[in-house]
Design a protein around this ligand. Structure first.
Ligand SMILES: *Cc1c(COP(=O)(O)O)cnc(C)c1O
Length: 222
């Protein structure tokens, strides 16, 4: 995709965020647009950086290690978000590379991240991922397991910024977003990582603080 396209698409997305925020009586500045650059090469990413985009999302540790160190040296203000599932044995590498981790979903991972943060002296923001549609194959902790996981994360010293979820495909997403917002409120958490290309305006009206948008910025993935 030509660079101009992604820059124009970013303006479209930003306009939609502003509209949705206004509808909900929120400020657009309180919504962080994470540009999900997974599978896209560095050449596709550079134009967005030049246009002012600073938050980017990747779903694999290895891909992030390959693509981002050089870019970040040139642009120190970039913030990198891990949005994909994380194996505990990759926790240390993830803590080294990412500024935020949106997929903290089980006790073994909390433990591994806690140890890695102590060892490296780096503390990326953590979002606890909730399996909001109770789907067997999906990542995220069960809703009932959230209070215990949150307690454990706090004890382990993880900076818990909020909750993350991916609604069930083929269902109206709004009820899932509303439920995640309610859970965050009940636990006194400010951050809400929810909303993707197909549903981010709805997520913003329901309180999203971080939206994860790939296709609407970069075009479709291979
Ligand atoms: C790929 C991905 C996204 C972005 O999806 P698009 O539909 O391309 O916007 C958001 N969140 C997660 C967890 C993803 O894996």
């Amino acid at each position: 995709m030509p660079a101009d396209d992604s820059i124009a698409r970013r303006e479209t997305v930003r306009d939609a965020i502003a509209r949705a925020a206004r509808t909900a009586g929120r400020r657009a500045e309180d919504v962080t647009l994470i540009a999900v650059s997974k599978t896209h090469p560095v050449e596709a990413i550079r134009p967005l950086i030049a246009a002012g985009q600073r938050d980017f999302g990747e779903n694999r540790v290895q891909e992030a290690q390959a693509k981002w160190p050089a870019l970040r040296e040139q642009h120190p203000a970039i913030r990198l978000h891990l949005i994909g599932q994380l194996q505990s044995n990759k926790a240390e590498e993830a803590v080294a590379v990412f500024d935020a981790i949106h997929s903290v979903d089980r006790a073994s991972l909390v433990e591994a991240l806690g140890k890695a943060m102590v060892k490296l002296g780096r503390r990326p923001d953590c979002f606890l991922q909730v399996n909001i549609g109770d789907e067997p194959q999906k990542g995220g902790c069960a809703i009932g397991a959230l209070p215990a996981l949150l307690d454990q994360a706090k004890l382990a010293g993880l900076p818990v910024a909020g909750l993350m979820a991916i609604p069930t495909a083929d269902h109206e997403p709004a009820p899932y977003f509303a439920l995640l917002a309610k859970l965050a409120r009940e636990h006194g958490l400010a951050g809400l990582s929810m909303g993707m290309s197909s549903d981010y305006p709805t997520a913003v009206t329901l309180g999203a603080t971080h939206i994860r948008v790939g296709t609407a910025l970069f075009g479709s993935r291979e």
